[in-house]
Design a protein around this ligand. Structure first.
Ligand SMILES: Nc1nc2c(c(=O)[nH]1)N[C@H]1C(S)=C(S)[C@@H](COP(=O)(O)OP(=O)(O)OC[C@H]3O[C@@H](n4cnc5c(=O)[nH]c(N)nc54)[C@H](O)[C@@H]3O)O[C@H]1N2
Ligand SMILES: Nc1nc2c(c(=O)[nH]1)N[C@H]1C(S)=C(S)[C@@H](COP(=O)(O)OP(=O)(O)OC[C@H]3O[C@@H](n4cnc5c(=O)[nH]c(N)nc54)[C@H](O)[C@@H]3O)O[C@H]1N2
Ligand SMILES: [Mo]
Length: 773
């Protein structure tokens, strides 16, 4: 007898999908929205559910199980022992209680950063925090890895973070913009996902842009997939990594040389231009930031820099910026200088001119719909405790290394908590954090490490207790599409039953809450099942929608229908121009900055007195860049990958589309390869003082000489000597903050050496569960 096949609608970060099943077997998956740009990630559901890398049942590290209060052995080197769910949860409960009683709530780190799976109910880290709020509080995190620098500086400059806000609408850009600049942005890759589910509209706008005949420029040390997509319709300009502020200063100086800066806009809508202008012209430091000065630093010719200044001045120009260049030391300066340049051009607040920091992410610029917007699970139970402390998210290793240590963050003087217990749920911190070897050393410090995971990630392999989590395809949930557009509501119906002993994070934390206090389960769940929660989120969405003239069908009807609900368009939102009100009348519509205007000089930042974040945008040479590279060293770029979301799906068959010599690819310029005797497809070793990895060479003209790229997100797979067999780039990156302002991730500031690897190619073990599992 054959099992009947069924097609079930669900959604991931990478958009709504139709999954074909036979019983609990996933056969295939594909996108559920019509699109001219099929998204490779949507084909991987079968691999996700049935992967050999799945965590099948609760596991405890042997040396931990032997004496949980004084664990033996070394995390990451020990064997694992299978236990029952009850044993695992009893063990966690007892140790959690002991640690909390002895060291207080700040000793428990539940910041647990990560991209988990989408959905409004099964939010792994939020559920962890909800349980910890019931138990008495915890240490959480501030900011994120994505935009740590930009989101910290932008509120001082323009009064909002800009990186997670709606952009001037695409229809207006297509109508009015004459020059589009993609500055450190690769939308072809990065638009494949959104924090909710992707609405998949962004690429259709870039498609229209390709056909528009407008002047298109990409500024990026690598010829990205996006440049290839535009082909000869786009000009590619490749500065040295980390030197964009110098290049922008060169453009700004050219504006001043020619009297092209918009004095009226600067006077009406900005403050502090004069202080900045003294730096720009060299009056304050004796160095004029001319195009020639910039060329010497960024490697882009003075002629090109001058041409760009003229082009931007003469045309309606939209500076669309991605975030790779701010994931660097002094990352704050990048977008501050970009906004300063846009202010000098005087086009901010016009339809089609100015700057936008989220056209490359979550389909920013796709107009916001009139919508019934879902609410989602909250990280605090009624009467529970919030985080008692928060550390900047990318400073976790320093916190482990230096309990009680002093640090500064965004105008605050603080001390690191003494972390004894770390729980990660829904994040892959062994791939996302910089300088993995330093992390591995610091990771020995806590008394207890628990990892909730669907897969045997490197973090799981370095845990004391590993709990198997369901994937989003094994439970019921709901999602919106489009972080800005709210274009659709999508039911995420359970596609298959949970694999092996995997459980929903929701159920696990509910059980632990009951162990914590009698009635804890009911307090955690508010006595609601998963479907009752979804129904309540849906009901609130319906109330919100009603105010917008949107009526939802009854929940049961919606759930039964297994269909996408599309929200109606809003004519008004389709004409949205960012900063339009402010530009028209800055007195009546002030920005949320100290002065109410765009701040090119910030008095508040001046007061902080941070050497690494001066009070107006400045060129600062990073600790590691081409300007101080030793002979043979190359700058290391770790851009976001085409066929993964970070580390997610690295184990899947999509890997066959990009792996080279069985490893993560490393893009290297032809000349740099030739100088090292490296041919396309060769196995290479990449190393520096922090670590070493094997990678597969992709010899190319599509990268600036002196720069190599290994995309972020390959799973760490170190052998006994610490050589990573899979090519995890963070083995090589530097763990330093962007500055004391944002303390953001600086993964794109690093130098490394490369050589052809002559040893026998070692077997890849990244995706193998521990032998004992
Ligand atoms: N060098 C360098 N490093 C970088 C970057 C860079 O550009 N360069 N980029 C940084 C950026 S911007 C980011 S956002 C981070 C990304 O870092 P992360 O967000 O940590 O990366 P993901 O691979 O998405 O990790 C999500 C994990 O959650 C697990 N998961 C999924 N669903 C569930 C669930 O329902 N329950 C549980 N318990 N687990 C689940 C997945 O299996 C996966 O292991 O990386 C950062 N690191
Ligand atoms: N397919 C896919 N999509 C994703 C993700 C993913 O992992 N996979 N991750 C998602 C997440 S969480 C985030 S935060 C966003 C990340 O979005 P971004 O941060 O914008 O993505 P990146 O690829 O890190 O960087 C964009 C471009 O900046 C370039 N760049 C790096 N350094 C410099 C520099 O010094 N100067 C200049 N001019 N350019 C530079 C890179 O070469 C790259 O092409 O993407 C999101 N979208
Ligand atoms: Mo991110």
């Amino acid at each position: 007898m054959t099992t009947a096949t069924k097609t079930i609608l669900t959604a991931a970060h990478w958009g709504p999908m139709l999954v074909e099943t036979a019983g609990d077997n996933v056969l295939s998956s594909r996108g559920a929205l019509p699109t001219a740009h099929p998204n490779s990630l949507q084909t991987a559901v079968r691999d996700q559910v049935h992967s050999k890398a799945r965590v099948r049942w609760p596991m405890v590290r042997k040396g931990f199980l032997a004496s949980p209060e004084k664990p033996q052995g070394v995390r990451g080197q020990d064997e694992f022992v299978r236990v029952s769910w009850d044993e695992a949860l009893d063990l966690i409960h007892a140790q959690h209680k002991r640690i909390r009683e002895n060291y207080g709530p700040a000793s428990i780190f539940a910041g647990s950063y990560g991209w988990r799976s989408n959905g409004v109910l099964h939010k792994a880290a939020t559920l962890l925090q909800r349980y910890m709020s019931l138990a008495g509080g915890y240490t959480g995190h501030l900011g994120d890895y994505s935009t740590g620098a930009a989101q910290a500086i932008m509120p001082y400059v323009v009064g909002g973070n800009e990186v997670y806000q709606q952009q001037t609408s695409w229809p207006l850009v297509l109508e009015h913009t004459e020059v589009v600049v993609l500055w450190s942005a690769n939308p072809l890759n990065t638009l494949k996902i959104a924090w909710n589910a992707s609405d998949e509209q962004g690429m259709s706008y870039f498609e229209a842009l390709r056909k528009s005949g407008k002047r298109l420029i990409c500024i990026d040390p690598m010829r990205s997939e996006t440049v290839d997509f535009f082909g000869d319709k786009m000009e590619w300009i490749a500065p040295h990594m980390g030197t964009d502020v110098a290049m922008m200063l060169g453009i700004a100086h050219t504006l001043v040389e020619n009297g092209w800066q918009d004095e009226a806009f600067l006077a009406r809508c900005t403050t502090g231009y004069d202080q900045f202008a003294r730096y720009l012209t060299g009056e304050s430091d004796g160095v004029a930031k001319t195009a020639e000065w910039a060329e010497a630093i960024c490697g882009v010719s003075a002629t090109t820099i001058r041409e760009l200044a003229q082009l931007f001045h003469q045309h309606t120009t939209m500076l669309m910026s991605g975030w790779g260049m701010q994931r660097q030391q002094y990352g704050e300066q990048k977008h501050w200088m970009l906004v300063t340049l846009a202010a000098m051009l005087g086009q901010i607040g016009t339809p089609g001119g100015g700057f936008g920091l989220s056209y490359h992410f979550a389909n920013g610029g796709n107009p916001t719909r009139r919508a019934a917007v879902l609410v989602s699970m909250q990280g605090t139970v009624k009467g529970g405790h919030d985080a008692v402390d928060k550390i900047p998210v990318a400073r976790i290793v320093e916190a482990l290394e230096n309990p009680g240590g002093f640090y500064q963050h965004n105008g605050m003087d603080r001390h690191f908590p003494d972390i004894r217990f770390v729980w990660w749920a829904g994040g892959a911190n062994f791939t996302h954090h910089q300088d993995t070897n330093r992390l591995i050393r610091a990771w020995q410090k806590p008394e207890l490490v628990v990892i909730s995971e669907c897969f045997w990630t490197a973090a799981a392999k370095h845990a004391d207790i590993v709990l198997p989590a369901t994937t989003s395809f094994e439970r019921n949930d709901l999602t919106m599409t489009g972080d800005y557009s709210n274009q659709h509501m999508v039911p995420m119906k359970r596609v298959v039953a949970p694999r092996d002993e995997a459980r929903d994070d929701f159920e696990v934390f509910a059980d632990l809450s009951e162990r914590w206090e009698a009635g804890g389960r009911a307090r955690f769940t508010e006595d609601k099942t998963d479907l009752q929660w979804l129904e309540s989120f849906y009901r609130i969405a319906g109330e919100r929608g009603a105010a917008q003239g949107v009526t939802l069908p009854p929940f049961a009807t919606f759930w039964e229908a297994n269909a996408i609900l599309e929200m109606p368009e809003s004519e008004q939102n389709a004409r949205f121009v960012r900063f339009a009100d402010f530009r028209r009348d800055p007195e009546k519509h002030p920005l949320k900055t100290e002065s109410g205007k765009i701040e090119i000089y910030s008095r508040r930042i001046a007061e902080f007195g941070y050497g690494d974040c001066p009070p107006h945008p400045m060129w600062l040479a990073p600790d590691e860049w081409h300007g101080n590279a030793q002979p043979g060293q190359l700058q290391l770029l770790s851009a976001h990958p085409a066929h993964r979301l970070h580390s997610q799906l690295n184990y899947s068959s999509l890997r066959e589309q990009y792996a080279v010599a069985g490893r993560e690819p490393m893009v290297i310029h032809r000349e740099d390869a030739k100088a090292r005797g490296i041919a396309d497809g060769d196995l290479v070793r990449v190393w520096n003082g922090r670590g070493q990895v094997l990678a597969g060479a992709v010899v190319s003209d599509g990268i600036r000489p002196g720069v190599i790229c290994i995309h972020q997100g390959a799973w760490p797979d170190p052998d006994e000597g610490g050589l990573c067999k899979n090519g995890a780039v963070n083995m090589l990156t530097k763990d330093l903050p962007s500055s004391k302002l944002g303390n953001g991730c600086a993964g794109n500031t690093a130098l490394a050496w490369v050589e052809k690897y002559h040893g026998a190619a070692p077997a890849l073990t990244a995706f193998d569960p521990p032998a004992s599992a």
